[in-house]
Design a protein around this ligand. Structure first.
Ligand SMILES: [Zn+2]
Length: 273
């Protein structure tokens, strides 16, 4: 599969009507028991957080998996919200998982087809200082949620040669990135560069060892790591490939992570049982 070669100096691919996609998400989510809460309005667009409780009855004392997903923090990355929609339509979530989904963190960016919001702020650098209304509202909502087993953040990169993933996993829990790359490879090229975005990469996987406290500007994954989870993956689909390919890549990666988490949960139960 060849790169399209049309993204020079920025993203010049397909755009989406974010209001229509959020309505499609609502229609896909509600029949499967998802409930929404609007935590902010930006550019006249209500920003939903969706939640679905585990559908499987669990023995007492066993916690469900808690999985958090977000997308649409960069307005020129349409594959994330579309992947969220596809995952909701497919409805293949692990039965024993509590799920949280925030499908669009940057409505004004989507309206303008820009990475930043209408105030020209990169929202995925605002999780330390909370200068923007969108991220301040998102963090207020996050603070009311329980801790998550994993946080998955869906993105695109217009410069990359293929899919790649950042995995932050300071406690060395079972890794999710290798399974993701394996699952994505049949549907989308993997970026095999030895260095991606200035960081050492191996087989499409970046595992930065960093202390968020040392960083002046925080992406969402850093806030999650400091406050809500000890494991995050930031999934990056390559914008210079057809949009359906990028959506398929993100969907395959999320499904792989869900399966790995669900298998780990069963193994942990068997050990403790
Ligand atoms: Zn992004």
């Amino acid at each position: 599969m060849q790169r399209l070669g049309k993204n020079h100096g920025g993203y010049f691919g397909e755009i989406i009507d974010i209001r229509a996609v959020l309505e499609d998400i609502r229609q896909a989510a509600e029949p499967h028991g998802w409930k929404s809460e609007m935590f902010h309005v930006a550019g006249g667009v209500a920003m939903p957080a969706w939640r679905r409780a585990a559908t499987e009855v669990r023995p007492p004392n066993q916690n469900p998996l808690r999985i958090y997903l977000s997308s649409g923090i960069h307005g020129d990355e349409p594959a994330g919200p579309l992947a969220a929609l596809q995952l909701l339509r497919d409805n293949r979530w692990p039965a024993a998982a509590d799920l949280w989904l925030v499908p669009c963190l940057n409505p004004t960016g989507f309206i303008l087809n820009t990475r930043e919001n209408e105030g020209r702020k990169d929202l995925n650098r605002d999780y330390r200082h909370l200068d923007t209304e969108e991220i301040a509202a998102h963090v207020r909502w996050l603070e009311k949620q329980p801790e998550f087993d994993v946080g998955l953040c869906l993105h695109e990169d217009w410069e990359s040669h293929g899919f790649y993933v950042y995995e932050l996993n300071p406690d060395q829990r079972p890794a999710l990135a290798p399974g993701m790359v394996k699952a994505v490879a049949p549907v989308c090229p993997i970026d095999l560069s030895p260095e991606i975005e200035g960081r050492e990469a191996k087989g499409g996987i970046i595992t930065p060892s960093m202390n968020p406290a040392d960083r002046p500007l925080w992406p969402e994954a850093f806030w999650l790591l400091q406050h809500k989870t000890r494991h995050t993956c930031t999934l990056e689909a390559p914008s210079d490939f057809p949009l359906p390919t990028r959506v398929n890549a993100l969907v395959a990666a999320v499904n792989s992570a869900l399966e790995t988490m669900a298998v780990g949960q069963i193994q942990a139960q068997q050990k403790s049982g």
